[in-house]
Write a protein that binds this ligand. Structure first.
Ligand code: AMP
Ligand code: ZN
Length: 478
């Protein structure tokens, strides 16, 4: 039995489509990266973990992948028209580069903690100003942008004479007016829905560069068009991001590409759905968010317990990337139980042997194909996890001597189980995989549990208080 071909949901067509690469066994993928003006929150992590699964799976299938994920360190404006990093730098009296470096480091450290693989290229918007200016010049030459008072705007009326705007989201340009992040300087534009490719900088603006149009800085949408084309070419396979970027960011990227030439295209657009807290989108700007380190250390105001990065990653993967996921203590606890079952089964598998009980007729090869079918069906990790739990039942039965499987099947299971768990889902199971500090913490907590069992509350309290001082909270009520 062969597994099915890989299909993925293309936001552009609104359908699942078989994946056909532009070049055999090669994949070019661009994912919009973070805006580095504050700490990355769990919602952001969910999106980057979803793309990590996609990256891992393509590599597992033998693709040579070039994965480009940018860092937005300039040009992402707030509703009041201010650049987010510029604003933060002024507020904290820091160099903008200090702000972006601080939060880029936080972003990279956090993703490493979640076992997210680094992309092949991680370009900075501020490192590609010359390229962005060149792209803007081409769009002006093609007649789809105009200069106004030192800023350059994309001319949507002109564009719509030749192309359709709204291919991806189905939304109309009028919505750009209410969504525009440049409300303060609408006066310069011919039409309120025109969006900025380059903005004139005033004397107080910190991040600015010389351009043919005077001193200014690039718009947000143009950086992704520039960097994706620079590193992946005019045509590439997949462009991804969170669903909140579909409009207007990705819609404007498509318009910019069309405005460059008819040769520019992305074959598949992929969008991940949102992580919510109390059924509201987790977001930096509203404050409805949790920082990963606060959940991992148990030092947050929302949840009582601490959850390891592995459990949080597993919790994310139990939902399909296109579905909304609400985070709650109950759901995290359930994931902790599920994850522990996987760890337990992995340990049992290591020493699994044939026994004298009746032989199980479980079809391991059929099970492997089913697992691949789950991943080939638009990276359906919750279905894959459900399949993994069916084989865990078998592992437990064989381990307890209630059933047996022959040594050939045991060998097959031993080989494939870590492939799905560690290589594809990116979960860290082996004790050796966890960091030294995790292992040490584990030892300390066990010693404390032992002290409590022996009613040595003096020792257990000392350990709890000392751990709490360095950010690890233990709750004995659970
Ligand atoms: P930002 O730094 O705001 O540009 O966001 C970085 C990435 O995180 C983008 O792809 C967003 O779509 C994504 N993102 C933001 N909030 C959430 C959320 N609550 N759930 C999932 N992804 C999110
Ligand atoms: Zn982008």
């Amino acid at each position: 039995m062969l597994s099915k071909p890989l299909v993925l949901y293309n936001s552009l067509s609104g359908k699942k489509e078989e994946f056909k690469p532009l070049k055999k066994n090669h994949l070019g993928i661009y994912v919009c990266g973070p805006t580095v003006y504050s700490n990355v929150h769990l919602g952001n992590c969910r999106t980057f973990i979803s793309f990590d699964i996609i990256y891992r799976y393509f590599m597992h299938k033998g693709y040579k992948v070039r994965y480009v994920r940018n860092i937005t360190d300039v040009g992402h404006l707030e509703d009041d028209g201010q650049d987010r990093i510029n604003k933060k730098a002024k507020l904290e009296k820091l160099e903008p580069m200090e702000v972006s470096n601080k939060y880029t480091n936080d972003f990279k450290d956090t993703l490493k903690e979640f076992n997210v693989l680094p992309p092949s290229i991680e370009p900075l918007a501020s490192g590609h100003i010359i390229e962005q200016i060149e792209i803007i010049k081409k769009i002006i030459d093609n007649g789809f942008a105009y200069e106004s008072n030192g800023s350059i705007y994309f001319d949507l009326d002109e564009f719509r004479k030749e192309y359709k705007y709204g291919k991806l989201s189905g939304r109309e340009i009028d919505e750009l007016i209410s969504n525009t992040r440049e409300l303060t300087s609408q006066d310069d534009k011919r039409k309120p829905y025109d969006f900025a490719l380059w903005k004139k900088a005033d004397s107080k603006h910190l991040m600015k560069w010389t351009s043919p149009w005077g001193i200014g800085f690039p718009g947000w949408h143009i950086e992704c068009t520039t960097m994706s084309h620079k590193y992946l070419g005019e045509k590439f396979d997949i462009h991804g991001g969170g669903i909140d970027l579909k409009f207007p960011h990705h819609e404007c990227e498509i318009a910019q590409s069309d405005a460059l030439s008819k040769n520019h295209s992305v074959n598949y657009w992929m969008h991940t759905n949102m992580l919510t807290l109390n059924n509201k989108k987790m977001s930096k700007s509203t404050g409805n968010n949790i920082l990963p380190k606060d959940l991992i250390s148990g030092k947050n105001k929302v949840f009582k317990n601490a959850y390891s990065s592995n459990i949080i990653r597993f919790f994310f993967l139990q939902a399909h990337y296109r579905n909304v996921l609400d985070i709650s203590e109950e759901a995290l606890k359930a994931s902790e139980k599920g994850f522990n079952k996987i760890v337990d089964a992995s340990e049992k598998l290591e020493s699994l042997k044939e026994n004298k009980s009746p032989e199980s007729n479980y079809d391991i090869e059929g099970w492997i194909n089913k697992c691949y079918d789950c991943m080939n069906d638009d990276f359906n990790t919750p279905k894959l996890i459900a399949e993994i739990f069916t084989v865990i039942k078998l592992i437990n039965k064989v381990h307890d001597g209630k059933e047996s499987i022959n040594s050939k099947k045991i060998k097959l299971l031993k080989n494939i189980f870590p492939v799905f768990i560690s290589e594809i889902l990116g979960l860290k199971i082996d004790k050796d995989d966890s960091s030294d500090s995790d292992a040490l913490l584990d030892v300390i907590i066990r010693i404390r549990d032992e002290a409590r069992k022996n009613k040595d509350y003096k020792t257990s309290d000392i350990i709890r208080n000392r751990l709490s001082k360095i950010g690890y909270n233990i709750n004995d009520n659970d």
